[in-house]
Design a protein around this ligand. Structure first.
Ligand code: COA
Length: 333
């Protein structure tokens, strides 16, 4: 079944924001038992950005949204809604969407946070587009932001080297017929929850001295389980989406996968029978920024002239939950 929206809706502008502090693999080798060669060959990551301690997600999310607004030539007061995808909100409540709303001055917007880890941006994009297609609102901002440096355990070298901080934002509106989001397919599978999670800090295990001592407020991950499932679901879900819309892989101008590990991305592209030159890669500079990987990759791809109006683009994500999804669109501007 095609999940076509009831009206043409797409992305009309992008923006991004990264903290200035660059952390190289050599920097990490000074604080843990690791080295540049291991990290590069196993993950494709050369460096990442880490925010200064005390930087909340809104501090990166608001400038990213402001850049998207400026690129669109739109005032914040014209926004009807703000959806923020994040697993590292400023606080559990109020929502980071409220902070970003205040910082950019979006005085006519409602908004909320959405928690779907590395698939968060795709789910937020679909939610925003569905709201616009339904006709209740006209202009929605989607922000994908994570401050992963606050939840990595520096005593766990296998996981902590993977993640970085960043924010990407897009504006979602009605677009010309034939452009924008063509179709999407998203899934969740709670049986995978134990393979990638933060055990404490929620209602099931509130913060106590014991949870802090057990390091349960950090990411816990079974890397190889996540690896295998990520390759399979990102590739097969995207392939199914292409097939049901009658597109061959060579018709894709750009494949923009979640940037988790270059080996996952390469394996997914191979399974998709896609020429690697058509895949957007920026993991070498930014690592895995969770909800921010796809919107920042889109922003950079557009800035680099790698896609233009009418081009066919596929987005694919996989993350904690498990959550995964793909979205097929024609670039709208
Ligand atoms: C985490 C990941 C990079 C580990 O790669 P891997 O090839 O599976 O590596 P392993 O965990 O098997 O470890 C291999 C060896 O490297 C060592 N190692 C692990 N991290 C290291 C590091 N940072 N530096 C140096 N050595 C390291 C291990 O201790 C192990 O040593 P041993 O063989 O002596 O026991 C990989 O599993 C992965 O990317 N998984 C997906 C994670 C992900 O993307 N999560 C987010 C999804 S949204």
């Amino acid at each position: 079944m095609n999940r076509r929206l009831t009206a043409p809706v797409g992305i009309t502008a992008t923006g991004q924001c990264f903290p200035p502090r660059v952390v190289t693999n050599d920097d990490l080798s000074k604080i843990m038992e690791t080295n540049d060669e291991w990290i590069r060959t196993r993950t494709g990551i050369g460096e990442r950005r880490w925010a200064e301690p005390g930087t909340g997600a809104s501090k990166l999310g608001a400038p990213a949204l402001q850049m998207a607004l400026d690129n669109r030539g739109m005032k914040a007061t014209e926004l009807d809604a703000i959806i923020v995808a994040t697993v590292t909100p400023d606080t559990l409540f109020p929502a980071t969407a409220c902070r970003i709303q205040e910082m950019v001055g979006a005085t006519n917007a409602f908004g909320f946070d959405l928690s779907a880890a590395c698939s968060g941006f795709l789910y937020a994009l679909t939610s925003a587009a569905s709201l616009v297609a339904a006709g209740g609102v006209q202009r929605v901002a989607v922000v994908g932001v994570d401050i992963m440096s606050t939840v990595i355990d520096l005593e766990d070298r296998t996981t902590s080297v993977l993640f970085g901080d960043g924010a990407g934002a897009v504006i979602v509106e009605r677009v010309e017929e034939g452009l924008g989001i063509l179709d999407f397919e998203h899934r969740i599978d709670g049986s995978g929850g134990c393979f990638l999670h933060m055990p404490a800090g929620g209602s099931a295990s509130p913060a106590t001295a014991e949870t802090v001592a057990a390091r349960d407020h950090y990411i816990h991950q079974s890397g190889s389980e996540v690896f295998k499932k990520a390759v399979r679901e990102m590739a097969d879900n995207s392939r199914m989406l292409m097939d049901r819309n009658g597109f061959a892989p060579e018709e894709l101008k750009l494949f923009v996968p979640h940037q988790a590990n270059i080996r996952i991305m390469d394996a997914a592209a191979k399974r998709l029978e896609l020429d690697p030159s058509r895949m957007m890669v920026n993991i070498d500079k930014f690592g895995n920024t969770t909800a921010a990987t796809i919107p920042t990759a889109l922003h950079q791809a557009f800035e680099q002239g790698r896609m233009a109006k009418g081009d066919l683009v596929a987005l694919a994500a996989f993350g904690a939950g498990f959550t995964w999804g793909s979205t097929l669109l024609r670039w709208a501007y």
